[in-house]
Design a protein around this ligand. Structure first.
Ligand SMILES: Cc1ncc(COP(=O)(O)O)c(C=O)c1O
Length: 384
């Protein structure tokens, strides 16, 4: 009765923690990547106005042209990508859907997809749905979990079709340096790989780092699908709006899938997304400053607590803490921490087996919660 795909598609350890937390009171949640800020008011207002004005119908499968135009303008201005809004862009139900549609379009069941590990939980689920195989690209904590071109070349198989690149990365916070992206581009060209550049954390980069869109590198636009989201940049996780830009035939394929799955993104949410891109951007700066403060507080505090050690992430809003000293697997450690301190963290094993020995802690919820977390951890586990 149940398909092999349904049986083999993993569900996330993050959800396990979420569900386990329900039976406790006074829980501090650091398990999911949900910004502590609200969607800026002008975005909410644009969607409300749109609904009142009758924006309640299906739209073009790839999204309303006004939104695709706003995305094209943004990609040109900020990412140095020259795209035609009518040919190279599709709006999707979150970046998550864009990744799945891109994989369905770029590879056939049985093909291999290279994923730097640890990697975002849902990539593994997407592979399960699309009938694709995961090929792990190894990264090292002492190298800030950076996927290196050489490691990609070593991992390649005969059936490798797609490489997923996520910078800044979830769960590690890695920002791939521009020089490495150039090396990776050589590999993509040499082995004719399609690249899925997943960039939803592009605005949250700290220190001296800068974001470079892979598709902006010479000759890479023709083989790259760039994925982005409104979820993190504009605190719109529940609105479910994301997008992809890429070669015309890939976007056409993705649009056919979208037509058959959900038809289009929620029409009023698309109008909110237009307001997000064309309205004031100053709240992003405020968020970034708040996240940077939280990152510093969390990494400094955590490195003084027995059993934990972590590097300072350069991007996104997660700390990937090493807990090998605890001598237990990451799911058991996360459950033990929940039981003893009423704090949820995501088990590293949710991000592929190379995430074992780590816990992911989100720092986008707010400073006060982090201060309280550090107090609880210190009380329970002591200082180093
Ligand atoms: C690396 C990465 N890609 C894509 C997404 C999907 O974002 P959404 O579907 O909310 O747009 C997430 C969400 O956490 C993510 O961490």
């Amino acid at each position: 009765m149940i398909s092999k795909k349904a049986l083999n598609t993993p569900s996330s350890g993050i959800r396990l923690m979420y569900n386990a937390a329900v039976k406790y009171e006074n829980v501090l949640n650091f398990c999911i990547g949900e910004p502590g800020f609200q969607t800026p008011e002008h975005i909410v207002e644009a969607a409300r106005k749109a609904l009142l004005e009758g924006c309640t119908k299906y739209t073009h499968n790839a999204g309303v042209l006004k939104l695709r135009q706003a995305i094209a303008d943004k990609l040109k201005r900020e990412n140095h990508l020259d795209v035609d809004p009518e040919k190279n862009i599709i709006c999707t139900t979150g970046a998550g859907e864009a990744i799945l549609l891109a994989l369905l379009t770029l590879a056939d069941p049985g093909d291999d997809v290279l994923i730097p590990a640890p990697g975002w939980t849902n990539y593994y689920g997407h592979l399960g749905i699309a009938g694709l195989n995961n090929v792990t690209v190894k990264t090292k904590e002492e190298d800030r979990f950076c996927p290196r071109a050489q490691a990609i070349e070593e991992a390649l198989t005969e059936k490798s079709r797609v490489l997923i690149l996520n910078t800044p990365a979830n769960p590690t916070g890695t920002v791939i340096p521009e020089s490495e992206l150039y090396e990776i581009a050589k590999i993509a060209e040499k082995y004719d790989l399609a690249v899925l550049a997943d960039e939803p954390y592009e605005k949250f980069i700290y220190d001296e780092q800068k974001h470079v869109s892979f598709a902006s590198l010479p000759k890479m636009a023709a083989r790259t699908v760039t994925i982005n989201s409104f979820s993190k940049t504009y605190c719109m996780t529940g609105w479910r709006v994301g997008y992809a830009s890429g070669p015309e035939e890939v976007i056409r394929g993705m649009t056919k899938f979208q037509e058959n799955v959900s038809s289009c993104v929620n029409a009023a949410a698309q109008q909110g997304a237009v307001a997000a891109l064309t309205g004031p951007q100053d709240e992003i700066k405020t968020m970034k400053a708040a996240y940077e403060t939280c990152r510093n507080l969390l990494t400094e505090g955590l490195n003084h607590i027995a059993g934990f050690s972590c590097i300072k992430p350069q991007g996104a809003f997660y700390v990937f803490a090493n807990i090998e000293e605890m001598g237990m697997d990451s799911l058991s450690a996360a459950m033990m921490i929940l039981d003893r301190t009423r704090i949820t963290m995501a088990p590293g094993s949710s991000f592929g087996k190379d995430g074992e020995g780590f816990l992911r802690i989100s720092f986008c919820a707010g400073r006060e919660d982090i201060e309280e977390m550090l107090l609880r951890l210190e009380k329970e586990f002591g200082r180093k």
